[in-house]
Ligand binder design. Sequence first.
Ligand SMILES: [Zn+2]
Length: 562
Amino acid sequence: MLRFAVFATLAVAAGCAPRDTADLVLKNATVYTGEDGRPRAEAVAVKGDRIVFVGSSADAARFEGAATRVEDLAGAVVFPGFADAHYHLSGVGEREMTLNLEGTSTKEAFLAKVKERVDQTPAGAWVVGRGWIETFWTPPVFPTRQDLDAIAPDHPVMLTRADGHASIVNTRALEIAGVTKATPAPDGGALNKTPAGELTGMLIDRAQGLVGRHLPAETPEQLDSMIVIGARRSAELGWTQVHDAGGSWAEIGRMRRLYQAGQVKLRIYKAVGGPSPDADSLLAMGRSIGEFGGRLTIRAIKTWIDGALGSRGAFLLAPYADEPGSRGLITVDTTRFRAMLVKALERGIQVETHAIGDGGNRLVLDMYQWAFEAVPRGEKRADPKDPRWRIEHAQIVDPGDIPRFKSLGVVPSMQPSHAIGDLYFAPSRLGGGRLVGAYAWKAFLDLGLPLAGGSDAPVERGEPMIEFYAAVARRDIRGNAGPDSLWHPEQKLSREQALKLFTGYPAYAAFEDDRRGTIAVGKWADFTILDRDIMTVPEADILGAKTLLTVIGGEIVHRAQR
Ligand SMILES: [Zn+2]
């Protein structure tokens, strides 16, 4: 023992090269490790898919061999690989493949983008798009079917708002669907009309299905492309992993085939939607952890307790301030839900439940608590560890219920961009009093809870810098903080906290905190490398940060054109 220690000391003193050289060295960078003991470094070295060194650029040189790829980052900034804890991967791919209408600033610019696509599309074929948000336009007015008819008289057109809760269609699309002003709106939907009773072409919530069901079904090739293109786009944005919130068993089969073929590099933490036959399949077959070298894990069921706040579907403890007759909707059969919870605990399957309203959140906490008592730890549970069940959105929570997340070990999974999108209507839906527990990120962190951050893309744009900025600024991307003092600036996060929302905490929520989420020797070599230091630049400059490199498992999967 003593002799070994002396030998080891001599080897280091003599500056001997390590036994193995690295495959990849990143140096001359600012490295934020996310590790408390060593928060900053200049360089990292990678062997295979693991980090083997974190330290100075001079010391990193010891790992450089003839076959080592050395990236001189010239002052760029390295972060632990960003993870989005609430994402819809195929939806992101679909947005790229159809007409992507994000980021327009006037109705005219939006229509110009649509016309360009119409001109490239054979007459009679559908033009489908997503991503417009009229509140970003000057002036903020809804488009009409006549706007679309003027540029697309011969093509059916359907363009969905970014949040998925409304679509604008043209007259040709209404004709194909057989929808007229006499058509009744389905439950949970509306057909907007002019004061004279004519259809405007705006279809709200479930009324979108009246036209949507006439769209041509996706081919298997298109479904594959949605995953491949969505994964590529995610890596370009800087994500190294996404938690895919829902989906089917068939989709998992596609993902496996695409990983096998080397077409997907992004890490995916996959849930299936439930209660459903697909969720029953997962419960029967059991979880699958770390397929394809840790790229694909299937161990969660995504479920929904209520609707959304904008359409007044969120389930509230007291009526809506702007619709006193309504408390919203519970969207799950609670008997079936409880049975699923018991099986999930027995089988070691994580449950992640969408809950927006304070009533929805309390109901989920009550049911999780009931399940934890029905299947006590250590007896019938497959997983001896904390089940780390999650509440997705945890958007409006009664302040008295926030400590229950801590006592039950429930992980809040929240989307900073929802707060800056909702700040225009949440105060009127809720009234001022209930905003205390709304989008209350800091209240959860102050209790010591891990808070998994996400974007809910394509509901939101899915860009890490928008999420990071929203978390620290609590303002929209134009710098507006909403109706004066109501928007609770005390819930703003520090940049250190915001970084953990997209690194360490999603790793915890995916049971991967021992493998990813920080930059440390032995962990997976996942890095997001930016052109500027978002921990120190002025707040407004955060949004302009560019992802230069995205590294997943030691592999450079995206490099920006410079
Ligand atoms: Zn979602």
